[in-house]
Design a protein around this ligand. Structure first.
Ligand code: SF4
Length: 500
């Protein structure tokens, strides 16, 4: 289906496209100046928007295929509130945009017969809205009504979001201005997964030969950041080593890095230290011993699926048996906080296959389980060669995501963090479940943006939070390995400029 949009006035173009995308996924949106020809296939949406006599006025009309007449479906005039400088007040402008989004949603929902689980919400961090309402002391029922009536969420998603926000609050309440988190990125993997769009380089060949220099550069950045942390009087609450796959590098280099981190930073306030052991083909007894000898308290072993055919399709060179062996080995070595990630909608997977994954994971009894919904990223092989893969429909994705709560609950877990991405199948979500007490502080803080997170390594993004001003500033590290290694001093300077 093609959606043609003719707009008079550009004021709400972004909001309209945003909501229209929810209904169309991959299909085309064409902005046009005139009505499309008689035999057009698809939907034609006509909108006129303007500001008249202190009111935002808009009209929406819609015509399907050759249905002939343009039906006027919405006509509204919303009072505007101006500030002392004659500008529309910030909150009023936001409210007007939301009303426009709601009307576009209503019109397209009627026309297509579809409802979106997350209504008009298109942002990455939906729980932020609930936190804002909680800060205004709004009671639970009113928050749920706001989510379903104002933002058009389904009742299930509204309740889920509320539950997640409640769990997050117990962690967020402990946030103080001097507590920070650290992220350290190791952008190497053994092979590249078809859906990957992360900064990740193969451990073989040209890039593999650069691992040693990368660790050297990372140590320089760690030393530079140590000085910044000291000067600012920050305390490190959580530390997260991610990637890539940190365990993809040689055990000697991993040991060198972990020891350097502990020698360099004051970790006396550390409450959580996660290392992504990611893929079982990168873990062995020697590496797990290196990790166990450090202060790492939480590891992630991420199967994504327990179906061997799918593991081949997505570009993994290990089997489900390797995953079981890796978790069993980690347990025997005393790891007592293990997260496992799975993905809904991997190419060729049916609901039965996803259920098999959940059943096998339940037997491994992890402390937390993160359920992702496949997002087709622009830079991924999956996107480039889309026609070669069979992907599931929005309804199938929705059916599959609804299986997870039962398995999570049977494992004694509750939902504790949640986020969304662009181009997710069925416009769904990624959701983290955990046993009470195993909530990842880092995962909550990165999502809710209440804490400064200093990020080191190629492609890492530092976020400095100014809570009293409701402001966030960012410093970006370069992505390419060569640039990072040769320009690491500049990466430290970028953080200094932001933090001093
Ligand atoms: S393991 Fe993660 S970072 Fe590595 S290639 Fe796969 S998706 Fe990308």
């Amino acid at each position: 289906m093609i959606l043609y949009i003719k707009l008079e006035g550009q004021e709400f173009k972004y909001q309209i496209e945003d909501v229209a995308r929810l209904f169309l996924c991959d299909e085309e949106i064409i902005f046009c100046e005139n009505e499309p020809p008689e035999d057009f296939g698809g939907i034609f949406l006509s909108g006129s928007f303007g500001m008249q006599s202190g009111r935002a006025v808009f009209e929406l009309g819609i015509k399907e295929n050759r249905a002939g007449r343009l039906n006027c479906l919405s006509s509204m005039a919303i009072p505007l509130v101006y500030d002392a400088c004659g500008q529309i007040e910030h909150e009023n402008r936001k409210a007007v945009r939301r009303i426009v989004k709601k009307e576009i949603y209503r019109v397209l929902s009627e026309c297509t017969g579809k409802k979106m689980p997350w209504g008009i919400l298109t942002g990455i961090r939906p729980a932020k809205i609930v936190h804002e309402l909680m800060e205004k002391n709004m009671p639970r029922e009113d928050i749920l009504n706001t989510l379903t009536q104002y933002y058009m969420l389904s009742e299930d998603k509204a309740v889920l979001l509320y539950e997640v926000a409640c769990t997050e609050r117990s962690i967020l309440e402990k946030t103080t201005d001097d507590l920070i988190s650290l992220y350290i990125g190791i952008p190497f993997c053994t092979t590249r997964c078809v859906y990957c769009s992360f900064t990740s380089n193969p451990t073989g060949g040209k890039y593999g030969a650069m691992v040693g220099d990368y660790i050297k550069a990372l140590k320089a950045e760690i030393s530079g950041v140590r000085e910044l942390i000291r000067e600012r009087g920050y305390k490190i609450q959580s530390l997260y080593i991610g990637g890539g796959t940190p365990t993809a590098i040689q055990s000697g280099l991993l040991k060198e890095l972990l020891e350097f981190i502990e020698e360099t930073f004051d970790l006396s306030h550390l409450e959580e230290y996660t290392l992504e052991a990611g893929r079982p083909d990168t873990i062995d007894e020697e590496k797990l011993k290196v990790i166990k000898d450090s202060k790492v308290s939480r590891i992630s072993i991420n199967p994504q699926t327990m179906n061997d055919e799918t593991l081949k399709v997505i570009g993994r060179n290990h089997t489900s048996k390797d995953i079981i062996n890796a978790v069993s080995l980690a347990r025997r070595m005393g790891f007592d906080n293990i997260n496992m990630d799975v993905i809904i909608g991997l190419p060729g997977e049916s609901p039965e296959m996803f259920e098999n994954t959940l059943q096998q994971i339940a037997e491994l009894k992890p402390e937390s389980l993160t359920v992702h919904t496949m997002a087709i990223k622009r830079a991924s092989k999956l996107n480039e060669e889309k026609e070669q893969y069979r992907l599931i429909s929005a309804d199938e994705a929705s059916y599959m995501i609804d299986m997870a709560p039962k398995y999570a609950s049977d494992m004694g877990m509750v939902p504790y963090y949640l986020y969304r991405q662009k181009n997710m199948l069925g416009n769904l979500e990624n959701i983290g479940y955990c046993k009470p007490g195993s909530e990842s502080i880092y995962n909550i803080q990165i999502m809710e943006e209440k804490q400064t997170i200093i990020a080191l390594g190629a492609g890492a993004i530092t976020k400095v939070v100014y809570p009293s001003e409701n402001r966030i500033e960012r410093a970006f590290n370069v992505k390419s390995l060569e640039d990072y290694i040769s320009r690491v001093e500049e990466m430290i300077e970028r953080k200094k400029e932001l933090l001093i």
